[in-house]
Unconditional design. Structure first.
Length: 222
């Protein structure tokens, strides 16, 4: 795996990772990392980074050519085809990313998976799950700002597989090699898009340099 920006690269378990290479994304990630950024700005930055990186994560969406009458003439032009995509967010922090995706695809269906990391074991604990009943027919984008140990993403991908989903794509703001390896050793076919690829996890399973606890910073709970 390399952090080759903008280019899709192969992780050791042979899945694809794309780190979006854009000065605006880089600038906003720097602001997000800053310990002095308050919740209001933090939420806005998460939204803006999601909008910018979704451009890459949703590049594969199928389109069909339809007739459209412009004020000048009639032409054919692409529009999204097939069932509306589903965006699935991992609570809590994924909520802000869901809302951003809905501004881009207002007709998207939404699923929620509630997980928190046990503070001792760092393993995900599930407390909620509500998905569109026909999610297996839809293109699925899983969103969570942080891909740390990968436990939360892997558990969510298990849930989506239980529902019969095709391999979802994963969009996170910050990831690290450990999280990518965990996802790709369980689900090598999952394509991951990140705004930044950080160095490593620390002894508390937080991403270094990272941004701290995303949920707490989004909602001002600590
Ligand atoms: C954070 C984050 C991810 C998870 C990532 O959530 O939003 O869901 O940790 O860590 P992992 O890759 O090691 O599983 P957290 O458990 O803090 O819950 P919260 O969103 O409710 O704050
Ligand atoms: N969850 C977070 O919110 N931040 C990390 O660095 C790791 C897990």
């Amino acid at each position: 795996m390399s952090a080759d920006a903008g280019a899709a690269s192969q992780s050791p378990a042979s899945g694809t990772v794309t780190v979006v290479d854009h000065p605006l994304v880089a600038h906003k990630v720097t602001m997000l990392r800053d310990v002095g950024t308050v919740s209001e700005s933090f939420r806005a930055l998460c939204t803006e980074i999601t909008l910018l990186t979704a451009y890459e994560a949703l590049r594969h969406l199928p389109v069909e050519s339809v007739a459209v009458e412009t004020p000048i003439t009639t032409t054919r032009s692409p529009r999204l085809s097939g069932p509306a995509p589903a965006v699935v967010g991992i609570l809590r922090a994924g909520l802000v990313m869901i809302e951003a995706i809905l501004t881009l695809i207002p007709h998207a269906r939404v699923g929620h998976v509630g997980l928190y990391r046990d503070p001792e074991s760092h393993q995900p604990v599930q407390y909620y799950r509500k998905l569109p009943t026909d999610i297996a027919e839809r293109d699925v984008l899983l969103v969570d700002p942080m891909l740390a140990t990968g436990g939360s993403a892997v558990r969510s991908l298990e849930i989506l597989r239980e529902e019969g989903c095709r391999p979802p794509r994963l969009l996170s703001i910050i990831g690290c090699p450990e999280g990518i390896a965990a996802v790709h050793s369980a689900y090598p076919e999952v394509q991951i898009t990140l705004a930044a690829l950080d160095e490593r996890l620390n002894e508390n399973a937080y991403i270094v340099p990272g941004l701290g606890d995303a949920g707490d910073r989004i909602y001002g709970t600590r």
